[in-house]
Write a protein that binds this ligand. Structure first.
Ligand code: NAP
Length: 334
């Protein structure tokens, strides 16, 4: 039986782990089997994380966060949470490997996943020229003509990065002005290899075995035209990863996990949420890290209220008002 399990290993998960570990809560971090480190693992240089004036590569930042959490006693598992049982006082996490772990509290920090355009060709040609990760797949498009879809910081970052490989990068945006920050916009505008395609929506991705182009629809006059391409990178934002908690935790109208005010308390006592999965607005590495801090402190207060903060897991019968569930509170079910 653990005191706290943290699901997710992005800036929110690892920061929660650093704080929880320093509070002697020996957190277990379910880091994911293939996506450990979260979205920053797919990023190039992070220029706006305080403390790194020269910038730091996303994967390096996540490695440092993990090392910092482990240094204080966090245990990291490269496995996926596939089911949660969180109704009762014992929170149970079932993993893809078949193992399960139990804890008095849970921090849900699963982040967000790349949003899809939602058209047939996109699904059919995913991995065959349609990609959601420039750093993962950019290398395959050396001297090719490609497009990035989107007008935010991610699209600017991906387009700029992809000019290292591609001969030409179109940025296809549905409006005539970008959502991206000024500094990212200017960098993209100055890049000779980038050409902007304004007021255009991708309505089809063309090709049989590989991408050969896209069909664009003009968002002003509705006309359609094809644009020949070797690849399409979709960078139109992210959606919170909430599939594990549908029907278990309250969600907001934006689809993020609902939390009580500025806290990380969800609709279920003992379950806390942090990072992109609760944030429809800011979604920065540093705000996610701050949110992870809030979650760890809320966990500490919660456990203190149970009378067990800082102490090894105790038998449920020692905790006033909490029923023992088949003696499960005293065992780690791994
Ligand atoms: P975002 O800011 O939400 O931008 C998404 C872009 O995709 C918008 O331009 C949007 O168009 C467009 N879009 C959304 N749905 C679409 C659809 N179905 N079809 C076509 N276009 C669609 O997302 P993001 O760029 O991933 O950035 C997310 C957050 O991470 C932001 O807070 C951003 O600042 C941050 N971020 C920061 C950095 C950095 O600082 N280095 C890098 C990456 C991301 P509209 O503009 O018309 O809505």
């Amino acid at each position: 039986m653990r005191q706290v399990i943290i699901i997710g290993s992005g800036p929110a998960g690892y920061t929660a782990a650093i704080y929880a570990a320093r509070a002697n809560l020996a957190p277990l971090v379910v880091a994911s089997s293939v996506e450990a480190g979260g979205e920053l693992m797919n990023t190039t240089e992070v220029e706006n994380f305080p403390g790194f004036p020269e910038g730091i590569m996303g994967p390096d930042l996540m490695t440092k966060m993990q090392e910092q959490a482990e240094r204080f006693g966090a245990e990291v598992l490269y496995d996926d949470a596939v089911e949660l049982d969180i109704d009762g006082p014992v929170k149970r996490v079932i993993l893809g490997s078949g193992k399960s772990y139990e804890a008095d509290s849970l921090v849900f920090a699963t982040g967000s996943a790349p949003r899809k355009i939602g058209i047939d060709g996109e699904t059919r040609l995913s991995g065959r020229g349609v990609s959601y990760c420039a750093t993962c797949d950019g290398f395959f498009f050396r001297e090719k003509v490609i497009a990035v879809v989107g007008g935010g910081d991610s699209a600017m970052e991906e387009a700029t990065f992809l000019t290292k490989f591609a001969s030409k990068v179109y940025v296809i945006h549905r409006r005539d002005e970008l959502r991206a920050s000024k500094i990212m916009q200017e960098r993209a505008f100055k890049n000779d290899k980038i050409e902007f395609v304004w007021n255009s929506e991708v309505v089809d991705v063309l090709g049989t075995d590989a991408v050969t182009g896209v069909t664009l629809e003009d968002t002003v006059d509705g006309t359609r035209r094809d644009l020949a391409l070797d690849g399409v990178f979709v960078a139109i934002g992210n959606d919170p990863r909430t599939h594990l908690v549908h029907g278990k935790l309250d969600l907001t109208p934006e689809g993020t996990v609902w939390v009580d005010g500025r806290s990380s308390r969800t609709s279920v006592p003992g379950v806390f949420a942090a990072g992109d999965v609760i944030d429809p607005t800011y979604r920065q590495a540093v705000t996610a890290a701050g949110s992870g801090t809030v979650a760890a402190l809320d966990v500490e207060h919660f456990l203190a209220a149970l009378g067990e903060a800082g102490a090894p897991a105790v038998d449920a019968s020692e905790i006033d008002g909490l029923p023992e569930v088949d003696g499960r509170r005293a065992v780690d079910a791994a």
